[in-house]
Design a protein around this ligand. Structure first.
Ligand SMILES: Cc1cc2nc3c(=O)[nH]c(=O)nc-3n(C[C@H](O)[C@H](O)[C@H](O)COP(=O)(O)O)c2cc1C
Length: 217
């Protein structure tokens, strides 16, 4: 059967869903219905054993966002500044610019109208799980989180994948009443996009990261 998807449109969505950190509308709220549409799309993602043990915690309350932003900055600022300096020293301007953006986002996170935290039931006890178990757990939430971001982009919303707040995961769980035994996997700021368009990022040719019939090189 011929594909019923327009590959050019699909590829455009997939290659231009970028980390949006500066061009977020900090004044305009995001409709709940729009967020629920995106979560509905995310629920179509695969899960190990069809578990679907995910939850999406959507934070719009200003005081909670302010506290989360405080925790985020406590986790991120020093680390990101050091990483940016390292990238600049080695001439990696793409990465240095990403950290410029990351520090900007950290500074305005409390004003981003929505924070979405994709969560999954279960917890990896420190160091004692097999790679297969860990892959099963994270593999059952991260594709859904990315689907959420793609669906958001298709609806004129900007998002960015972030996870540095996990250095303060317990404190954030307290702010949001997330039970013990539920793992947070990311914090996705969401807002209407204020830019004009997106382009694919520079990436090396696919051949450089592809191994045919076994590991080579
Ligand atoms: C696992 C993971 C963790 C990330 N954590 C953060 C973060 O804490 N803060 C942030 O601003 N960006 C974070 N990012 C976004 C990356 O910095 C971003 O994807 C990268 O710079 C490439 O930019 P692009 O997504 O626009 O191609 C994270 C991305 C991934 C996949």
């Amino acid at each position: 059967m011929a594909s019923d998807i327009d590959p050019a449109a699909a590829d455009r969505l997939l290659t231009t869903t970028r980390a949006v950190r500066r061009r977020l509308d900090l004044e305009r709220p995001v409709d709940r219905s729009l967020l629920l549409e995106c979560i509905g799309v995310a629920q179509q993602a695969p899960t190990a054993g069809n578990g679907q043990t995910w939850s999406f915690v959507v934070v719009t309350d200003a005081r909670k966002r302010a506290r989360i932003a405080e925790l985020y900055r406590a986790a991120a600022t020093t680390l990101f500044e050091a990483a940016r300096a390292r990238a600049r020293e080695t001439g990696d301007e793409q990465t240095a610019k990403a950290y410029d953006g990351a520090l900007h986002l950290a500074g305005v996170l409390d004003r981003v109208p929505v924070h979405v935290l994709p969560c999954i039931r279960g917890r990896i006890p420190d160091g004692s799980w097999s790679n297969a178990a860990a892959a099963g757990m994270y593999g059952s939430i991260l594709p859904a989180a990315w689907s959420f971001m793609l669906a958001a982009r298709a609806r004129g919303l900007g998002t960015a994948w972030t996870s540095i707040h996990l250095l303060k995961e317990r404190e954030v769980a307290e702010v949001l009443g997330i039970p013990e035994g539920v793992t947070q996997t990311a914090l996705i700021p969401v807002a209407h996009y204020t830019g004009e368009g997106f382009s694919p990022a520079a990436r090396p040719p696919a051949e450089t990261v592809t191994h045919w019939d076994g590991w080579s090189g």
